[in-house]
Design a protein around this ligand. Structure first.
Ligand code: F6R
Length: 363
């Protein structure tokens, strides 16, 4: 059932191009129009979105916040479920509540959903199982079509959540009249490119494995990302700590000098997830700050950005060029592979990491 792979995690990483294809087939028509139906959700009447989730699903929601705000001009609040539910936040009129959960059974997420019942204008969930409690108790359950995920460390569910969110964001943007038809068509084309780009990223596996073996020799690892790549830094750190038990922290690149730079030394690799974009120069200066303190930078980026770094970087992983919208989905793959191979190097139980359960149904 592992289809020739040693671990479910690797099998599920490798499945991602197929999963993304499936999500796109479910939510886009062949003519390129959006086929996602969200009954009684009128994005012209939504004034604000509240996203709530835990763990990796929370990081998917955090990417969606950047997207909804940037592409659909909709303000988004995001919370981890355990904080949201006890804080009892007010929900202003026109709030669309969105819950994200692979299992659909996470106790804190379900409790948060129950809290918003009757307060939110509509409750939408992104779930992997239509029969789950979270699916049943929401007004609209949107399946992420990841298929069964066995590995405790979530991989394909994360990219399936992101792909589902991407279509939802485009739908919101076009309904709200803030994205013209040509731009929309361009983004849909970008999404359609994604499975091929992901296969390319998966083929970098051997190089990532060699790098991961080096990373696995350190005690602490920093992950940096900015803008829509910031949540990927958090996800990369979470994945690494979950399965390799290395201590890892994800930060927004700009936060480096506000504290975490104190951790930098020659034994602490800093993984920078940064495709070339308008802010890449700022990232270069963050990397220089790390290198000036003897830190080793692992830059995961595209050829253009790697050429613009000016040298001094410890290692680079060259990713294919990708349109901006799909970058966070694509860059999940090297983050997952890095964690996977670090865990292999450490000899840990990849699919069943200590102290963790696949579905957290206790609070
Ligand atoms: C990460 C991981 C956890 C889950 C979290 C939420 O690899 O597995 O952080 O993402 O427990 O689970 P769901 O999505 O089932 O609500």
């Amino acid at each position: 059932e592992k289809a020739g792979y040693k671990h479910f995690m690797m099998k599920e990483i490798a499945e991602q191009p197929t999963v993304v294809d499936r999500v796109l087939d479910a939510y886009l028509d062949a003519d390129g129009s959006i086929a996602m139906t969200l009954p009684d959700v009128d994005f012209t009447k939504v004034s604000r979105i509240s996203i709530v989730a835990c763990g990796t699903a929370y990081y998917a929601g955090l990417v969606a916040k950047y997207w909804f705000e940037h592409y659909a001009r909709l303000p988004v609040d995001i919370d981890v479920a355990s904080e949201f539910r006890y804080r009892e936040p007010p929900l202003p009129e026109g709030t669309l509540a969105v819950y994200v959960s692979q299992s659909g059974e996470t106790a804190d997420t379900l409790a948060a959903l129950r809290y918003t019942d009757g307060k939110a204008s509509r409750i939408v969930s992104l779930v992997n199982s239509a029969e789950s409690s979270i699916a049943r108790e929401s007004d609209v359950a949107v399946p992420i079509h990841a298929g069964v995920e066995v590995s405790v460390a979530s991989t394909k569910a994360f990219t399936a959540m992101l792909t589902t969110f991407a279509v939802m964001v485009l739908k919101a943007a076009s309904e709200r009249g803030v994205m013209d038809a040509d731009t929309l068509a361009g983004h849909i084309q970008s999404l359609r490119q994604l499975p091929g780009l992901m296969s390319h990223a998966i083929s970098i596996d051997g190089e990532l494995a060699r790098t991961a073996r080096k990373v696995a020799q350190s005690r602490d690892v920093l992950f940096l990302g900015r803008g829509q790549m910031f949540p990927l830094a958090l996800e990369g750190a979470l994945k690494l700590k979950e399965i390799s038990y290395l201590h890892a922290e994800g930060y927004a690149s700009g936060e480096l000098k506000h504290g975490p730079i104190a951790l930098v030394d020659k034994n602490t690799p800093t993984v920078v997830l940064a495709p070339h974009d308008g802010l890449f120069e700022k990232t270069v200066s963050n990397m220089q700050e790390v290198m000036a303190r003897g830190g080793r930078v692992l830059l995961i980026s595209d050829a253009k950005a790697i050429a613009a770094t000016g040298g001094g970087v410890w290692r680079t992983i060259t990713m294919p060029d990708a349109p901006e919208l799909v970058q966070p989905i694509l860059y999940a793959i090297p983050a997952q592979l890095l964690a996977y191979h670090a865990a292999i190097a450490k000899g840990t139980d990849v699919d069943q990491p200590r102290n963790l359960a696949k579905s957290v149904t206790v609070e």
